[in-house]
Ligand binder design. Structure first.
Ligand SMILES: [Zn+2]
Length: 278
């Protein structure tokens, strides 16, 4: 990025580079758990989700978090208000299990839990019921989620200054919060690409993201019918049928400082989306 040579090399590498997915353990289903459709039950009636923001964020940070949450509603032309982020909550301590409580939140952690790697910038933790295991309509019904941001080891920026762009990070994390999986197709076409760069700010859901979120919750009128067709029928079916094995799952999407993302299901790493080295 500093010299012409570096810029040239960087472009070459970026163009040829795809995130490499590594399966770290076998799974009973064909799909990785992290690739499954996940959703809040009751469809649009589930919203707005009350997500409180920890009081330790300053006003600018709180504004950035609210803006990133609102961006998902903007993505569906405000036909659905996904999040109510007006509430606040006190920062919690170390135990990860303590987050499975009655309140969902975005937490600024100045004391990062020892159960999480120091290298994780932010973690979205989702609690849900994995249904129809091993079947084609396998999915995850989300019951609780939280976002933890690692201010113990990293700094974040709200104005393009030093540190990771808080709004960019939170936009991606709120996508997971709503149930969106990663889209590996290409950086620059989706905010659900499984890596976030320190130097990029990507604060608005893109067309593919709009299609994905509208499809997930059957929000009509937002996207061209043809493009939305992807999963409206499939998702509707997934939401209704329940005919297989179930298990409770805790999924942690760990966004790491090198831009890679590691995914843990029930305390076991199942997938790593490596960012190629530039
Ligand atoms: Zn992610």
């Amino acid at each position: 990025m500093k010299t012409l040579l570096l810029i040239t090399l960087s472009i070459l590498v970026t163009v040829s580079c795809q995130p490499e997915e590594t399966e770290l353990s076998s799974s009973r289903s064909q799909k990785s758990v992290s690739e499954l459709d996940a959703y809040w039950p009751a469809g649009q009636a589930a919203f707005p989700l009350e997500v409180d923001i920890s009081t330790s964020f300053d006003n600018n940070e709180t504004d950035s978090i609210r803006t990133s949450a609102d961006s998902w509603s903007d993505a569906v032309d405000n036909r659905v208000n996904f999040f109510d982020t007006t509430g606040t909550i006190t920062e919690k301590g170390g135990s990860l299990g303590s987050y499975q409580d009655g309140r969902m939140g975005v937490y600024k952690l100045t004391s990062w839990p020892s159960a999480l790697p120091n290298l994780a910038l932010a973690v979205t933790q989702i609690f849900g019921l994995r249904k129809n295991i091993g079947k084609s309509n396998e999915s995850i019904e989300i019951s609780h989620a939280d976002i933890l941001v690692n201010y113990d080891y990293f700094s974040f920026s709200t104005n393009g200054g030093g540190g990771y762009d808080l709004e960019t990070v939170l936009l991606h994390e709120f996508g997971h919060f709503l149930g969106l999986a990663h889209d590996n197709s290409s950086q620059g076409t989706t905010v659900m690409y499984p890596s976030v760069s320190r130097h990029n700010s990507n604060r608005t859901p893109l067309q593919k993201d709009k299609v994905a979120i509208a499809s997930l919750y059957n929000i009509g009128g937002v996207v061209q019918a043809a493009t939305a067709q992807r999963s409206i029928a499939a998702i509707g079916k997934v939401h209704e049928e329940d005919q297989g094995d179930t298990e409770w799952v805790v999924i942690q999407f760990e966004l790491r400082a090198d831009g890679s993302e590691w995914i843990k299901v029930n305390d076991k790493y199942v997938q790593q989306n490596k960012k190629c080295k530039h």
